[in-house]
Ligand binder design. Structure first.
Ligand SMILES: Cc1cc2nc3c(=O)[nH]c(=O)nc-3n(C[C@H](O)[C@H](O)[C@H](O)COP(=O)(O)OP(=O)(O)OC[C@H]3O[C@@H](n4cnc5c(N)ncnc54)[C@H](O)[C@@H]3O)c2cc1C
Length: 460
């Protein structure tokens, strides 16, 4: 049997449900298809569960430091009840997931269909043997952990960002393979829960996409918490080792092998496009499987759009949501919003967190502009000192000729929030002097941004 709708949406991640809301508000009939949990990665195995567990880890960390603040806890070592921490995480995730389900259920003209969707043609999709047709199809299938075919990987059990969230026990020694955004959050979290943790990174530094000073500062505070970091691990391989797992690292220094009780693979993501039948619809993908889209997120086939992680234009919840806004604006509001209008921004939720906006120092240098830089260590930020959280620094980049703000890295207490003041002025396309002359609240981390902007120096 074939059912016709005005629109088909594949995936209930960060773009699909909001788009279903706008399309149904416009009077369209919509079917939205989900093969797993409503809410997608962010809600179920990404942002929400990790940030909930990061909060538990932070509580444990502060409790261990209680004495630094003159707080007494009544003796005894700080422990973690993993079952309870997981239950707290599950409650947050389940509330969000069911909130999304209720929301979708409340949309007039929206059908939520459970199952795996596959294109049969450019206008039809099959789900559980049922054929659905529509003039407009929106792909919001997201991505999953990539598991490279490393030597020995088939001989061991390993964890991914999804399966590690189901643990109710504390690994004795967690080996995190991949020293980037996802891996580092888990590494610090599990160290604070009380596990021994080693991070194995094949590159010469952590989070290689960031500036070297950012990588170095994060390495410093992770090591200060007792996390072992093995860089230049060029030949990562695995082998069972009794009850444990041996991870071959062949680093330039240190033992050639690390033996851990658990391995977390955090080596990047891949799009969920391999089992979608895109060839039947004629939708083009790039060499890594990301769906090719234009500045309005239209694919190579008219009437088909791709939103979120699967189009390779972003890898965040806010980029997926912004994709929804762009598609809805163009389709429904006669508002020509574009992907190229947005400014790169994201957080790394280690503690203290990194808030990033715009260009890195390396990118600014490469741009050929005359660049000014302002930098201040968190040890010179009153509020950070008062809170006893003085790791990190703030760095802001400015175009010497146009006075435009080019980018910022705020690594430190509240850095994930503080960076938005800079980001908003970047969107306003106002000169940096607007922030430099603004009066900020004392005592905050943000109050030092005008100071940093008053001390700009040429970037060497
Ligand atoms: C551990 C971790 C932490 C993260 N933390 C953050 C963070 O702090 N901040 C941030 O901005 N981002 C974070 N992210 C990234 C963020 O989760 C993703 O960028 C975001 O979820 C992408 O949303 P999406 O809409 O593209 O797809 P997804 O949220 O991945 O949703 C896609 C949905 O499509 C479904 N689907 C796939 N194929 C089919 C099919 N053929 N048929 C039917 N359904 C299908 C999937 O089941 C899924 O539910 C994190 C990711 C991870 C893994």
């Amino acid at each position: 049997m074939t059912k016709n709708f005005d629109a088909i949406i594949i995936g209930t991640g960060q773009a699909g449900p909001s788009l279903a809301g706008r399309l149904t508000d416009a009077g369209m009939t919509v079917v939205i298809i989900e093969r797993h949990h409503v809410g997608g990665t962010c809600v179920n195995t990404g942002c929400k569960p990790t940030k909930t567990l990061v909060a538990s880890a932070y509580a444990a960390h502060l409790a261990r430091r209680a004495d630094d603040y003159g707080v007494t806890l009544g003796g005894g070592a700080v422990g973690i009840d993993m079952k309870k921490a997981k239950a707290r995480k599950d409650a947050v995730v389940n509330a969000s997931r069911s909130g999304n389900e209720t929301w979708l259920g409340s949309m007039k003209g929206c059908t939520l269909l459970r199952g795996h969707a596959r294109f049969e043609s450019a206008r039809s999709v099959s789900v559980n043997g049922e054929m659905l047709t529509a003039e407009r199809i929106f792909i919001n299938v997201g991505g999953r952990a990539s598991t490279p075919d490393l030597p020995g990987i088939k001989d061991i059990d390993y964890l991914t960002n999804s399966s590690i969230l189901e643990l109710e026990m504390l690994p004795k020694h967690l080996v995190v393979v991949g020293g980037s955004y996802i891996g580092l959050e888990f590494a610090q979290m599990y160290r604070r829960f009380g596990a021994e943790v080693t991070v194995v990174e094949k590159g010469p530094r952590l989070i290689g996409r960031e500036d070297e000073d950012v990588s170095a500062a994060i390495k410093e505070f992770l090591e200060a918490e007792g996390i072992q970091i093995r860089l230049n691990a060029e030949c990562i391989r695995f082998a069972p080792h009794g009850e444990d797992i041996a991870v071959g690292v062949e680093c330039t220094s240190g033992a050639p092998e690390v033996v851990g009780s658990h391995v977390l693979l955090a080596m990047g993501r891949r799009p969920n496009t391999d089992d979608l039948g895109l060839d039947k619809a004629g939708v083009a993908v790039d060499s890594r499987g990301y769906i090719t889209v234009d500045d309005q997120l239209r694919t190579s086939v008219e009437g088909i759009w791709a939103l979120g992680d699967c189009n390779g234009k972003g890898a965040f919840t806010h980029t997926a949501y912004n994709d929804f806004e762009i598609v809805a604006a163009n389709l429904l509001d006669n508002d020509p919003r574009r992907v190229s209008d947005r400014i790169s921004t994201y957080g790394l939720f280690v503690d203290p967190p990194l808030g990033r906006a715009g260009l890195t120092e390396a990118e600014a240098k490469k741009s050929g502009r005359r660049v000014l830089v302002g930098k201040r260590l968190m040890t010179n930020v009153g509020r950070a000192v008062e809170k006893g959280e003085t790791y990190g620094f703030m760095k802001v980049l400015v175009d010497a000729d146009t006075k435009e703000l080019l980018g910022a890295a705020i690594l430190g207490s509240g850095g994930d929030e503080v960076v938005h003041g800079i980001l908003d002025v970047m969107y306003a396309k106002a000169p940096y002097t607007v922030i430099q002359r603004a009066m900020h609240i004392h005592p905050t981390v943000s109050e030092l941004i005008p100071t940093v902007l008053g001390e700009l120096k040429p970037l060497e």
